[in-house]
Structure formats: C-alpha cells, structure tokens
Design a protein around this ligand. Structure first.
Ligand code: MN
Length: 520
C-alpha cells in the first residue's frame, strides 16, 4: 500500500545549495592534480509503504519498541515471506526515473551474516539479478553518472546501546529498502553530493520514500579510491558507511581523499576496509576490514519465487508517475520560451506550475509568456506566502492557488494593456481575496486606472517640483540622488496610480530642461 503523503521537497532549493564557493575543498583539488579521484555511491532508501517488505507489520516510525513485529520479520522458525507488491512498484518508479532497465525477471538472495539486529541470520536482498539495472543520472554539468543497479532488500532492526546493556528494537526489521548503486563515475565531493541530492529529490517527488535523512530513511555509503594519473587499474578503495546528510557526505569524502593521499604519498598502501565518519571530529575512522561478496555465502532465497515484472506493469507504474521537476522545467522552457531559471522555479511547485500553464492556455497567445510567468512567480507566490504565514501549512503543502483563474486572467489583461500597475495589482488581489469581488468590479468601483497620459502626469510633476523648491535646487546643483525623492512625491500625489515608466521619462525630461535653463 502506498503512502499518499504529498511530496514537499523544493527541488530547486535542494540543488541550489550546491554552491562550490561556500565550501573550501582546495586540498582535494590539490590531490586531483596528481591522482584521479574515483567515487561510487550506494544509497539505501527506505520505501514509503504502509507495511514491510515481506510481512504485514506496520512500517511506522516512533512506535513503542517491538510493537510492529511478526513471526516473519523476527525470523521465527516456519514463518514465510510474502512479497509486498507496493514495494516493487516503488522500486520500478525509481528505475524509470533513473533511466534503468526494469528487469523482466529478478531473483531474491540470502546474504548470510550474524548480527544481533538480524535475527534470521541472513538478509533477503538481490545480487546478480536485481529488479532494475543500467541507468543514468545527468548532473547539471552534463556529466552522466551510470547507475549499476537498484535492488530490493529488507532493513535490519536497531541496536540501542545503553550504559551497561544493549537493547534491540525490531520495528524496523523487514522494512523495505531499495539500494541504488552507482558506477564509480564521480570525481569530487561536490559531484557526489549533487548526485545524492538528485536521487533524494526523485525519491521524495515520486513518493518512493519520505527521504528523512535524520531518521536514517535515506543514507549513503561512499566508495572512495585514488588512482595515480596514467595508471589504468583502480586503486584500493575504502567504503564510508551511513552518511546521513549531504554536508557530512561531502566532508567525509573530502577527508577520505586527503587521508588516502597522505597514505600513498608516504609510501604506504590503502587497506580495504569499511570506515565510519565522525562529524564532530570531521574524520573517518576504521570500523572493520571489508568482506568480499563470497564471505556472505549468497544463495537464492528458497522461500520466494523469482520476481516477474510484465511490460504492462511497467507501463502502468510509468503512467501513474508525476512528471519530474527537471523534465517539467525543460518542457516549460521549450514550450513557452521562458528562461531556464524561471522554468526551474515554476517546476519546483506543482500547484503553481499548473496554474501558470492554465493561464497560458486560457490567454492563447494574447500575452507574452514572460509577463505571465512574472505575474505567477511574484504576485501569486506573494499571495500564497502571505496565506501560509497566517496558517499552519507551508507553501510546499499548498493544494490549490486561492486566486480563481478568471480573476488572474482579468488582471493580466489589464496589466498588459497598461491600465494597471503592479501596486494596483497587489491592491486588487488582496481586496478580491478578502471580499470575493472580481478584479474588474474592484477596478470600476475604486476607479483604479493607471495614469499614462502626458497631460495629467506633467501637471503632477510641475506641482511636485514647485512645492519642493529646496530639493529642486539641490538637484539642479548636482545632487542626482534626489531623483528618487521626486518620483516618490509624484506617486504619492498621484495616489499610486501613475504609470511608473512614463512618469520616469517625463520627470527626467522636465528636470533636464530645468538644468539646462539653470546653466544658461
Ligand atoms: Mn544493502
């Protein structure tokens, strides 16, 4: 069963903090002069289903310890796993988003190891035949990062270490995960973090996962190695486990690159091992020497048949998927000719984007996309932000734009015809939200109409200049900054209804001619 919680990640803002100048990885850049930096990422992403991967217990965070359990997820003798099809659909979603091949047949395997939080003594996962394989994710630089595989597997329980004792909570045991494994195509901490952010945005936007990194529902392992430039074989890699923030991921990788460089430069060799990251000390530390796949004695899970995925099923999942933000931004830019950055802003919020598209369709070419986009991104967003400030919901949780399309159409046409200026638009929007009146009736009843004719504009300019003689003299003597003061006075005198562009021009002309007179 899928969780219908609305996705609420701002795709744009997720990516926008990838600002390289805010962090200093100069030492990493130094290393990269001599070595090729090779990074691969494995992401464990908890699936947002109501029940577990192979049993009916609830997948819920924060329950009383050991309350969401059953014989299967505890590994009691004789209990059999039954595959939760909703988990498969979510894995397929991620596969489609990352351009993977969704495999017609995949196989579950037992990965055998002993650990207190794994009561069965093995994890059900996939190995040679994962549910999805061979995908790509394109970074903003245009670099294509290959995805090796996406496999379905179950999560383990939790150890809680207390003073003098360790406790076990099996609520998480058997919860569905996808593990997304990239090829070693990343070559800097920033690239690695952009890639992980991209996968995270997919997961949240597609409802695959809640993506809660603090709770460990989305965590990354980074495989890092260095290869002297010119060498063809890869260097020995280490794996940094369980990085649960984008910032820690970058820092841990940067530290590990520098550490390995020091080891190699001093003539040592990098040991194959699993390392942890201590965010307080900002360093990675050795946890255990890394096992090879054969240590786990993998074998096909005898209690589960192979997983068959039909073409029809893939098509059904695909049809149910929302358009991804990047694809949407690209489409907006090509269809309407708005700038790429505006398209990306529009694409970050589904509701606002749909609103813009409805407006464009209704206007049918009567108004330029640029103006409609500007109106949507500034005025409509302002209205929504004001409403959000006065309620418990956030802008991202918005279900519907509170301004009826018909109202916006009236406003845009009046704005486009030069009848209204932005100040009036704001007044009308606020009033219309409050009273439910249409913009046109507000314009009529309030006599709101922008003054664009030279006659009345010049009358106001002359009045303002004669009333402010001292300022006028300072201006004529070179104090150019006072121009803004005159604009303000005119606007005030014109009750905010003056056409600002025309006012500017006429005011400039009047002042220039007075300066010329003054000089002669
Ligand atoms: Mn795994």
């Amino acid at each position: 069963m899928m969780n219908s919680k609305p996705s609420c990640v701002l795709f744009g803002s997720e990516l926008s903090d990838a600002n390289p100048s805010s962090r200093d990885f100069s030492e990493v850049r130094e290393v990269s002069r001599k070595y090729d930096i090779v990074i691969g990422i494995e992401i464990h992403c908890q699936l947002a289903t109501e029940s577990k991967l192979f049993s009916v217990s609830a997948n819920a965070f924060g329950s009383v310890p050991n309350s969401n359990i059953d014989p299967t997820c505890l590994g009691l003798p004789g209990a059999l796993p039954v595959l939760n099809e909703a988990c498969v659909d979510l894995a397929i979603r991620m596969g489609i988003a990352t351009d993977c091949t969704v495999e017609p047949v995949s196989v579950f395997e037992r990965k055998n190891y002993f650990y207190p939080d794994l009561p069965k003594g093995y994890q059900i996962t996939q190995l040679d035949m994962p549910v999805c394989s061979n995908g790509t994710v394109e970074l903003t630089s245009g670099k294509k990062v290959r995805i090796d595989r996406i496999q379905l597997e179950e999560d383990a329980g939790k150890n809680i270490h207390q003073e003098g004792s360790s406790l076990l909570d099996f609520n998480r045991s058997g919860v569905g995960l996808i593990e997304i494994v990239s090829a070693p195509d990343l070559s800097s901490p920033e690239e690695a973090s952009e890639y992980v952010k991209r996968i995270h945005a997919y997961a949240v936007n597609l409802g695959v996962s809640d993506g809660d990194m603090e709770r460990g529902n989305f965590r990354a392992d980074a495989n890092v190695s260095l290869k002297p430039k010119g060498q063809t074989t890869l260097g020995q890699r280490t794996e940094i486990k369980n990085l649960n923030s984008f910032k820690f991921l970058e820092k841990a990788i940067a530290f590990e690159i520098e550490r390995q460089c020091e080891v190699l430069e001093s003539g040592g060799f990098v040991a194959m091992e699993t390392r942890g990251y201590n965010s307080t000390q900002n360093e990675t530390f050795s946890q255990r020497s890394k096992e090879s796949a054969h240590d786990y004695r993998y074998f096909p899970e005898p209690d589960l048949p192979p997983l068959f995925v039909s073409k029809e099923r893939i098509a059904r999942v695909k049809a149910s998927m929302p358009e991804l933000p990047e694809a949407k931004a690209k489409r907006l830019a090509t269809t309407f000719g708005v700038t790429e950055s505006d398209a990306r802003l529009l694409a970050t919020n589904k509701v606002i984007c749909e609103y813009f598209e409805t407006l464009m369709k209704a206007l049918d070419g009567k108004v330029e996309a640029k103006s409609v986009c500007h109106y949507t991104l500034t005025e409509i967003t302002r209205v929504i932000r004001n409403l959000a400030e006065n309620s418990a919901s956030t802008t991202e949780e918005l279900v519907e734009v509170p301004v009826p399309i018909a109202h916006s159409l009236e406003i845009i046409l009046l704005l486009n015809a030069g009848t209204l200026n932005i100040r009036m638009v704001r007044e009308i929007l606020d009033e219309s939200l409050l009273t439910g009146q249409t913009p046109k009736s507000i314009v009529d009843s309030k006599g709101l109409m922008q003054v664009s004719d030279d006659g009345p504009l010049l009358a106001i300019i002359n009045k303002v200049l004669s009333e402010n003689e001292a300022q006028l003299n300072s201006y004529l003597n070179g104090k150019d900054k006072l121009f803004g003061f005159f604009v303000g006075q005119c606007m005030k005198s014109g009750d905010g209804k003056l056409n600002p562009a025309r006012l500017n021009d006429l005011l400039k002309e009047s002042l220039e001619s007075k300066r010329t007179q003054n000089e002669t």
